[in-house]
Every structure is written in C-alpha cells, then in structure tokens.
Design a protein around this ligand. Structure first.
Ligand code: KG4
Ligand code: ZN
Length: 345
C-alpha cells in the first residue's frame, strides 16, 4: 500500500510517500518546507500567513515527493492528512488538498491525529520499538506521558497542567532575546553556559504524579532577567539558557523514569520537536540505561513536524483495520482534538 501523507497543522508543510506491506514499512520520499524564516519577523506563528504559505507549497512539494520516489499519482492507494489538532486554516489546506486529490484519483483518504503521527514516527527508524512502550510526547503545544499498547491503544499517564515543554523553551528563549523558534536557539546558547550559575525551580518534580508544570519556570527566568536588566552579560544569558534547559530536562527525565517504574515497561519512545534536544537525549539515555530500559527516538528529521509520520500513522491504522478510510469527497478538521478520541481504550 502506497500512502501519500500531508502535514499542515502549524508552520511546516510536509509531504511524504510511505509504502507498507505485511512485513515492512518504508519511507520512499519526503519533502518539507519550514515557514520559520517567514514567521521570525513576528516572533511567532501568524496563522493567516501560515495558511497562505501552505497553499503555495503543497503542490510543488507533492511533485517533488512523487519525482523523488519515482512514483506516479496512479501508484497512490491512500491519501492521508493531519485532521488536527492545529491551526484551523492551516489544517484546512492539507485536508482540502488531500480530499481534492483523493476525489480526482478515486482513492480513499484518512484524517490523522497529529500526535499519533509523532508517537508512531520511531517506527520509520532503523531500530524501531515494539509494543508496549511508554511515550513521552514533547512538542510546542503538548507534553504528555502515555502508555501505548498498540496502534490506537493509548492511555494517558500524565500531562502538563499549563505550558508545554516546547512552549517553556520558546518563551524563555524570547525573554533572553533569542529569535523564534526558541527551542533550538536556547539549546545552542546553553552550550556555552553553566547550568549551576542560576537556581531555577523544577515544578511538580516531587508531586508523586506524572503531571508537569512549566509556567513557573518561565516566571522565574523573567524575574532573573528583570533583576539583571540591561546590564545582563553574554555569559549570564548563556548561564540562564543552560539553567533553563537543565530544569526542563531534569523534570522530563525524572517523570519519564517514574512512568517506566509505574507501568513496569522497559521501552520509552520520545517524540515531538523537543525530542531533538541533545541534553534530553543524553540524560534520558543514561537514566534509562540505569533501569535496563531502552529509549527510542525518531530519526532527527522526523522529530519535528513532517508528512512521513502522517502517512505512517494512516498506514498502520488501515493495516490493522482500526480505521476506515473515507471514499466520499468530504472532509473536516479538528483544531482541538484530544488523542483519547482516537484511542480504543
Ligand atoms: O513537534 P513540533 O515540531 O511542533 C508541534 O507540534 O508543536 O515541536 C516544536 C517545538 C518548539 O517548541 C521548538 O522550540 C521545540 O519543539 N524544539 C526544541 C528543539 N528543537 C525543536 N526544543 C529544545 N531543543 C531543541 N533542539
Ligand atoms: Zn508536532
């Protein structure tokens, strides 16, 4: 089965062709356009500009993917698109395009949950996990720990009660004067900083639950920045970046290990943009090794938003018979869509 997937929930237009059969999963080609440069001038994503840019990019990216895979439109068996959660206008572009193509080709289509795409994305890596596992989903909008028993079998173990981990990176980066998106920029600045130079809170670290809270961390960084004022040195900025990154990573690692303990599982999958963070990878790997557990990551290029994870999630659902692709030319999007609604448990 050849699945053409479209991702357009936020500021990346992603298209990919994934082929699946009963024994293998293969990413044939993918193409991505990031809108980061366009949104940077505004310090964040401007939804209307995002939608318009998705419209401009989706067709050339689709042509590039088909050419890269050496495939024809007639080779496609299923069209998959991100149905939500995300920006309504942006989602509508991918969904509308997939629906138009499906209708023109007389092929079925399936709307996919963006987070399901993220958490299944390590199945496209050279060393894929096997079920069951704990999933740590850390993106710009979500921070969740889940027990995953199979495709479509997701149980929430804990989540953030306020800001997401990516949001904490982005907001503190902004306070330090770094450009959008702040996560990778803050991580880069942190490399030259001393994490011990500032004491920052680790919210809910000892709460005994698997929930997270990052809003207080941002406030603490703001207090330091205001206190230092214009006299803040380059070294102090780097130190604050390092301390912030360490605080976020400490909480993510501690809660992930607690989730392994609670479930008795020995595999953990990390997905979503913050999964690209090197310190998180290093410290989670070390902590998991101490419990004879293994951490699985998507390929770095599949950590942030992409079309491959959407094609993959659709393929895995259809293959297992837990989703029925639509054959009529009609679609909708779900800007706010809880993952629990696509779970069988
Ligand atoms: O999954 P994603 O691409 O989009 C959403 O679905 O939200 O995640 C984007 C988030 C942003 O908050 C970004 O700052 C963060 O992931 N991010 C990072 C790194 N790369 C991306 N955060 C920390 N370190 C990184 N290297
Ligand atoms: Zn995402």
């Amino acid at each position: 089965m050849n699945v053409l997937g479209f991702e357009s929930s936020c500021d990346e237009t992603g298209v990919a062709l994934v082929s699946v059969d009963s024994t293998s999963l293969r990413l044939r080609a993918q193409a991505l356009h990031s809108q980061i440069d366009m949104h940077r001038a505004y310090g964040g994503v401007v939804p209307e500009l995002a939608s318009r840019d998705h419209i401009r990019r989706v067709l050339p990216l689709t042509e590039a993917v088909l050419a890269g895979a050496g495939a024809e439109l007639s080779d496609i068996d299923l069209l998959a698109y991100t149905r939500g959660p995300g920006l309504a206008g942006a989602l509508l572009v991918g969904a509308g395009f997939a629906c138009a193509l499906a209708t023109a080709l007389g092929k079925p289509m399936l709307g996919v949950h963006h987070l399901e795409g993220h958490l299944l994305s390590p199945f496209l890596s050279a060393n894929p996990p096997s079920f069951p596992f704990v999933a740590l989903l850390v993106s710009g909008g979500h921070t969740q720990l889940m027990r995953v028993d199979d495709v479509g079998d997701y149980r929430l173990l804990g989540e953030t009660i306020d800001d997401a981990a990516g949001e904490a990176f982005d907001k503190t980066a902004k306070l330090l004067g770094l450009p959008y998106p702040g996560g990778p920029e803050l991580a880069r600045l942190a490399e030259t900083g001393d994490a011990a130079a500032f004491e920052l809170p680790r919210p809910l670290l000892h709460s005994g639950t698997l929930d997270f809270s990052f809003a207080g961390l941002k406030t603490a960084v703001r207090t330091h920045v205001l206190k230092l004022g214009d006299g803040i040195s380059a070294q102090q900025r780097a130190d604050l970046a390092a301390a912030t990154q360490q605080a976020i990573v400490d909480v993510l690692v501690r809660k992930s290990i607690a989730a392994l303990k609670q479930t008795g599982l020995r595999s953990i999958v990390v997905a979503g943009g913050v999964g690209a963070n090197r310190l998180l990878r290093r410290q989670l790997d070390a902590a998991a090794a101490g419990r004879s557990a293994t951490v699985f990551y998507p390929e770095l290029s599949l950590c942030t938003d992409n079309g491959a994870m959407i094609a993959l999630a659709a393929a895995m659902r259809v293959q297992r018979g837990i989703a029925e692709p639509a054959t009529v030319g009609r679609f909708d999007v779900r800007p706010r869509w809880p993952l629990s609604e696509v779970s069988i448990t």
